[in-house]
Design a protein around this ligand. Structure first.
Ligand code: PMP
Length: 410
């Protein structure tokens, strides 16, 4: 991969921030967009803009073809069996909420258990707390190893005949850990439970094959994989989606309506009420084209190289504590850390003055912060356009911040 030509595809990276060259290391929050995605969205508005599925006019049918064509790209990208199993949503959060609200509330009762990890993003925690509250079901937590990984033994110990739903991230947005989804899915299925996977931090970085993993539901966001904000995906197995009720009602999702009643459209449209996120879907399709052109193996390999280098460099900083496993093979391309007693917000403010964008806070994972014994962490997260030189800039800026706050050599 030619990294300078990749960087050239991302116009935002060419600008200065605070009179410094931008070093963007907040990719786990949202990724930057290549020109091809920006062009796909603006070209759609310039030449095709129309509502989908309704108009018989030329632009209407072109917009529908582009919107449904993007669905096919997504299907192929995650190897779903059919486009009926690809539901457009606003993002990961909305996708998980559909499963919780529709499948969860309809299928759970007081004897049942929902098994989740204490490392989940709030998006894959709060919806299940709500389901538990409404149905009386119990939330049971996997026990993590001391480095934040989930072992097969501990996974097996939490899943039993009461389990109805297992909700687990494919990759953690704080620890970077990659969970053994295929094995946990098999454990869930052995107890007649279903598994829903939060793939927000996985799909941008690795090849995901929902059929090989044998997951029942899989959620992810377009904006973390070079696509626009406001578009995401819920993959679900057809037999489960067929038996679920929609959660939003109105135009676009109906088949036949009388004053007293209505029937639903077939999958996937029964879950897509109202005018959909047309330009977003087309933009996500363009992002998938771009990722495929790079090759997901190349993307994953670059992630591994940069995280290996970043782990080496950051470990060498005195007073810097890395959360999660040190072995780069157990992680995606992000690192959460704390530096001495410097508050992560202070660290990120000083770094920002040097043009370096990192994240600081609880990363929408407050129970995990408690587990780590930290109120907040700093997080640097990388993508295919990040370089080792940018890691060096990060390291230099952390050292300077330490000096500024009275730690280390002046
Ligand atoms: N899960 C994980 C692991 C995430 O990192 C995020 C985004 N920070 C989400 C869910 C939520 O994604 P979105 O805000 O796009 O719905």
């Amino acid at each position: 991969m030619n990294i300078s030509s990749v960087r050239n595809d991302f116009p935002i990276l060419k600008q200065e921030v605070n009179e410094q060259t931008l070093v963007y290391l907040d990719n786990a929050a949202t990724s930057q967009k290549p020109q091809i995605v920006i062009d796909a969205v603006s070209k759609y508005y310039e030449t095709t803009n129309s509502n989908v599925h309704r108009g018989v006019h030329t632009l209407g049918s072109q917009a529908t073809d582009m919107y449904e064509g993007a669905r096919e790209k997504i299907r192929e990208f995650i190897n779903a069996a059919e486009t009926a199993e690809i539901i457009y949503t606003r993002g990961t959060t909305a996708a998980i909420n559909i499963v919780a609200t529709s499948f969860g509330i309809a299928n759970l009762s007081a004897e049942d258990e929902i098994v989740i990890s204490p490392a989940e993003h709030h998006s894959n925690l709060i919806p299940w707390q709500q389901v538990a509250r409404i149905t009386g079901a119990t939330l049971r937590y996997f026990e993590l190893e001391s480095d934040g990984t989930l072992s097969l033994e501990k996974a097996a110990a939490a899943i039993n005949h009461r389990t109805k739903i297992v909700a687990l991230a494919h990759a953690s947005n704080v620890l970077g850990t990659i969970n053994p989804i295929k094995e946990v899915a098999a454990m869930a299925h052995a107890e007649d439970a279903i598994i829903i996977v939060d793939g927000a931090q996985a799909v941008p970085h690795m090849s995901v094959d929902v059929q090989a993993l044998d997951v029942d539901f899989y959620a992810f966001s377009g904006h973390k994989m070079m696509g626009p904000t406001g578009i995401g995906v819920l993959y679900g197995k057809r037999e489960l989606l067929e038996e679920m009720e929609p959660v939003e009602f109105g135009g676009e999702m109906i088949d036949f309506v009388t004053l007293d009643d209505a029937t639903w459209k077939e999958l996937p449209w029964k879950f897509e009420a109202g005018t959909p996120i047309i330009a977003g879907a087309i933009g996500l399709g363009a992002a998938i084209d771009y990722l495929k052109e790079l090759g997901m193996d190349t993307v994953a390999q670059h992630g591994e190289e940069i995280i290996t280098y970043a782990l080496e460099q950051l470990t060498a900083i005195e007073g810097l504590e890395i959360h999660g496993p040190i072995d780069p093979k157990k992680r995606t391309a992000l690192i959460s850390f704390n530096v001495s007693d410097i508050h992560p917000h202070d660290l990120s403010t000083v770094l920002d003055e040097q043009g370096i964008a990192i994240r600081a806070g609880h990363h929408c994972a407050q129970p995990l912060m408690k587990w780590l014994g930290a109120s907040a962490t700093a997080r640097a997260s990388f993508y295919v356009y990040n370089t080792k030189e940018e890691v060096d800039s990060l390291v230099k800026a952390i050292e300077l911040t330490k000096e500024y706050f009275g730690y280390g050599e002046a």
